[in-house]
Write a protein of this length. Sequence first.
Lengths: 377, 64
Amino acid sequence: MKLGKTARNKVLSLFSLFFFYGAFAASDSPKTESESDNHGAVSSEAEISEYILHHIKDAHDFHLFSYNDSEGHRKHIGFPLPVIVYSSKGFRTFMSSEFHHDDSGHHVVERDGVSLVKYHEKIYELEEGAHGVEFDEQHHPTNAHAVLDLSITKSVFGFLLVSLLMLFAFGRLAKQYKKQAVPTGFGRVLEPLILYVRDEIARPNIGEKHYRRFTGFLMTVFFFIWISNLLGLTPLGFNITGQIAVTFSLALFTYLITQFSGTKDYWKHIFWMPGVPVPMKIILAPIELLGTLTKPFSLMIRLFANISAGHIVVMSLISIAIIMKSTLGAAGATVLSLALSFFLTLIELLVAFLQAYIFTMLSALFIGMAVEEHDHH
Amino acid sequence: MTIPNLVGAGLIVIGAGMGLGKIGGSAMEGIARQPEAAGKIQTAMIIIAALLEGLAFGALFLGK
């Protein structure tokens, strides 16, 4: 069956996606914003917006909730993830729990002669002899430098989880088709979705002749985005498709596939548009060339902005319980925020599917434009 | 966020809202006139809305 091949393509795509994501996550510049030390403690409006921005960003651990115990100490509940960094003295690995939930660069972790601190979810290596990180006016560390961070962060963990889930579910389904025509179990849920992507997205947009080549990629992208979006609605706090690095690599794949499968006609229409006067051809060529780049760029921004905006709005509505407590009372504020965030979460369920659909649909449309054969008359 | 940024964001949202309203309104009219073509109109509507949304989000993102 064709699905076996699809599964293989999927594994390949996911591995390369993972590779790109790792490379991208490590090359971010430090953010310039002030942050208080009590990570997770929320009481005022300023802290709420800080907390929401913290949630949107990738993190080195899962942070579920915090509370003050009877002695007034701040307790954080969550679970750590492995930190893998390439420092000036080679690779160092340890669990993120060694930072003790410190995100302000004060807690130093010593590992075989390398001192590491975490500041705004970026890991810095302290210079020789330094005992604590110091910052200049722009909140850039002065006595520490960034390291190549290959850690299994929250998003990488989610990424791997989605990949394994898909590999398991679709691998099982593909195996079932070798024995019987009708799948059993969870495969019955997946089959109509697969047929939907093939018959409603790939076939009409790419065309009867070529659609089979691209169905594997489109299906991978569709299910990856959809499952990631749905995972983002769980209380674990995943925000995989809200990371611009993830959407960048997804859009990059669409871009590369579109360009490499472009026919002679496609390139002719970019560089030497037929049917228009020569001066116009010269003006059109750079515009058309830029057009090939803006398409994946808009794919990247659309998914990133939609998912991030959704998360911010849901978190803001939940925060109503804290902000309105003084005016509405504890019960009134909770009921209001619960009602609003419940309905918004329902809308987000729709958005999760819609964004996966739109990304796949537009990818199919762009690929279809590239492989289309023009009949000259 | 500075005041020019916020004004710019507001202008973007006005533009995007007008565009989405036009798309939605025309699609509704089209569906009312030809209910049998509802599926096709809906697909085209979503694609155009997505393109518009990409443009608006791109502008918001660049202005951040």
